[in-house]
Design a protein around this ligand. Structure first.
Ligand SMILES: [Ca+2]
Ligand SMILES: [Ca+2]
Length: 234
């Protein structure tokens, strides 16, 4: 089993741009959309009738379109987001740029930038990704955690391994590589459990093998309920 807390500590994400508004980073509840936060920290949205937006991220990151994400594709996708957040264009994500990411992407989820649990009820992330009650002894995901593949409350700050309020490309690559390896390993464990396919990491991520965050599970449950009630009405 992958220990989520340990994973979160290993993982890094890109920092937010200080200056201009970050694209696609409106409060999730405002527009009635599903929210997915990629391993890079980038938010992706989709309408409530559309597939959960993890698919949007995956399709964009899969540069050669072969349905598999390699480490190189995964890291390159992160680099693109890192550049988007580097509003000062100096190649490093600095405190102001990290603050801007928090304000645009994380604050709407929690009410407190980069901290705390997603607001209960309809407040924060469209679907309160709380969904089901957390299991005994298991803390609910915080910040971006409920919206991502891995429980990382602050995907950008988590990359700041020397804690100097700056994220360098080297730090970011390191965490993106760790995140890829985590997901690759999680998929291998899932296959091993199902006695299906290679029980070893393959170096390639498939959309169908990715873990699902709380927001995705809740979105899929709601879609199923809508489909069932539509069937009944017929
Ligand atoms: Ca590919
Ligand atoms: Ca910068």
């Amino acid at each position: 089993m992958i220990r989520i807390a340990v994973l979160a500590a290993l993982v890094a994400a890109p920092v937010a741009a200080a200056a201009p508004q970050i694209e696609g980073a409106q409060a999730p509840s405002a527009s009635g959309t599903h929210l997915f936060i990629a391993p890079s920290g980038e938010p992706f949205r989709a309408g409530l009738d559309e597939p959960y937006p993890v698919a949007k991220w995956f399709a964009g990151a899969d540069a050669d379109g072969d349905g598999k994400l390699t480490l190189a594709e995964f890291v390159a996708d992160g680099d693109r987001w890192f550049k988007a957040l580097d509003s000062s264009r100096n190649g490093v994500l600095e405190a102001a740029e990290i603050d801007a990411y928090e304000a645009a992407v994380l604050a709407p989820l929690t009410g407190r930038p980069g901290m705390g649990a997603p607001a209960a009820g309809a407040g924060a992330g469209g679907p309160p990704p709380g969904g089901g009650r957390p299991k005994r002894g298991e803390a609910p995901p915080r910040g971006a955690g409920a919206y991502g593949l891995i429980d990382i409350p602050h995907p950008i700050k988590a990359a700041d391994q020397d804690m100097n309020s700056r994220v360098t490309p080297g730090e970011y690559h390191k965490v993106m590589t760790s995140r890829f390896e985590m997901l690759d390993l999680a998929a291998a464990e899932k296959r091993a459990k199902a006695k299906k396919g290679s029980a070893l990491p393959t170096g390639e991520l498939l959309l169908a093998e990715l873990p699902k965050g709380r927001a995705q599970l809740q979105a899929e449950k709601q879609a199923q309920e809508r489909a069932e009630s539509a069937t009944k009405r017929r």
